[in-house]
Design a protein around this ligand. Structure first.
Ligand code: PLP
Length: 411
């Protein structure tokens, strides 16, 4: 009989990342750290093989009095100063002329989840990339939504035609369209859209909006690791060109930005032309927040405000060092991949590079054989993710060539 409701999906989550992370750990104990390449972990790790925890962030955190850490946040929407800061931080000092509201969320996850739930009815379809962070599909399923996937790439650029096809297929068939755009620094390929691609997307959605309102869910979890971080928000200016029938919800996360994944702090930044539309979304997001998690980690919100108000330069300097380190690691891998002809998806910046293997059966086999050779990576749809965010420079060297040689033995 069972106790769980009939409609629930009772298949356990297959966490492809954590299972392989554990295998890599075991291999390091058995064969020695120097003999194993562990490119599994999706958090920022230093050259010493340890997780990075920014000094600016955690020194500030330690200074917060216990009584403030103990207390609830000021409201279900989040603390007012945190909400104000999130708007400025996300939009680049508020440089986007739209109506906006911010709801604090537990990481970017909370913002993605709210957006899927509050705009789509049960049984409707959310559009996500074909190569994507696995949680989008899990969240959709949990909300009893269907998933349609657009092809990420056409050659070396975004496949806008595929996006158009998926959107057109839903146009007029459901009340609203929600499309997930994980940009810049797409997980797991490291692609970043050009301003022209953003322009074309908005232009297209404005047309669709004439019959079916559209919501862009712009997931910016990795934005603060864009190589030209000072201009990483420039593309958001294009949101001003959205029509009255298009809205953007930007899922902002402190997890990567502050190396504080476990503190569960982020925000949904809701932007549109009409004050009423933004207010309506704010109301339902706030209620849903109240129902699901009540309020957000007070200390994490206080801390982000304190760091940015009082130690912003120090924090940026600390983070810049790691942006440069990520670039060094990725540059080595990409250069060597180019030299030996190991194909990867269009990469510009970010935490990961993804080897292109469109045949999923071959990919699964290849993944196994890589492990037999003590190279640990993560499988994604049509690809093998190499987490340069946790791969030291010395392990990045020579890796592409080894991976290519192993792949060649399988063809
Ligand atoms: N979006 C993407 C693409 C991610 O990879 C992640 C985390 O891995 C998130 C959002 C959300 O992370 P968090 O909920 O910790 O902010």
């Amino acid at each position: 009989m069972g106790f769980v409701k009939k409609s629930a999906n009772k298949t356990p989550i297959v966490d492809t990342v954590f299972a392989i992370v554990a295998k890599a750990k075991e291999a390091k104990l058995t064969y020695g750290d120097e003999n194993v390449v562990d490119a599994t972990i999706g958090s920022l790790y230093g050259e010493d093989g340890k997780i990075v925890a920014y000094k600016t962030i955690f020194d500030s955190f330690d200074e917060i009095p216990s009584a403030r850490k103990a207390g609830y946040a000021a409201g279900f929407q989040g603390n007012p100063d945190y909400r104000k800061l999130c708007k400025e931080w996300t939009l680049g000092k508020g440089n986007v002329d739209l109506e906006c509201s911010v709801i604090a969320t537990p990481g970017g996850t909370g913002a993605v989840s709210l957006t899927m739930t509050e705009f789509l009815e049960v049984g409707e379809t959310v559009i996500i990339p074909n190569i994507a962070w696995g949680s989008y599909a899990i969240m959709a399923q949990d909300k009893q939504l269907n998933v349609a996937r657009y092809e990420m790439f056409d050659g070396d650029h975004l496949n806008l035609n595929s996006i158009k096809e998926q959107v057109n297929a839903l146009k007029g068939k459901q009340n609203r369209i929600v499309i997930v755009v994980n940009d810049p620094c797409h997980n797991p390929t490291g692609y970043t859209m050009t301003n022209n691609e953003w322009e074309e997307l908005i232009e297209f959605l404005n047309e669709v909006g004439k019959t079916t309102p559209c919501i862009i869910l712009n997931d910016i979890a990795y934005i603060d690791y864009a190589y030209d971080v000072a201009h990483s928000r420039d593309y958001m200016k294009v949101f001003e060109k959205m029509s009255e029938n298009v809205m953007v919800v930007i899922a902002m996360s402190c997890s990567k930005t502050c190396t504080s994944y476990g503190m569960r702090c982020g925000a949904a930044v809701i932007c549109a032309h009409s004050k009423e539309d933004v207010r309506e979304a704010e109301i339902v997001f706030e209620k849903s927040a109240r129902a699901l998690w009540s309020n957000i980690n007070n200390a994490a919100m206080i801390n982000f405000v304190n760091v940015i108000e009082n130690h912003e330069d120090e924090f940026n300097n600390e983070k810049d060092y790691y942006i440069d380190l990520l670039k060094q690691r990725s540059d080595i891998f990409i250069k060597e991949a180019d030299e030996c002809g190991l194909e990867y998806y269009p990469f510009k910046e970010g935490f990961f590079v993804t080897i292109k293997i469109e045949d999923n059966a071959l990919k699964a086999k290849y993944h196994e054989v890589l492990m037999e050779n003590h190279i640990y990576t993560v499988q994604v749809n049509q690809g093998i993710r190499v987490a340069t965010c946790s791969l030291p420079v010395n392990k990045a060297k020579g890796l592409a060539k080894r991976m290519k040689e192993i792949l060649d033995t399988m063809k």
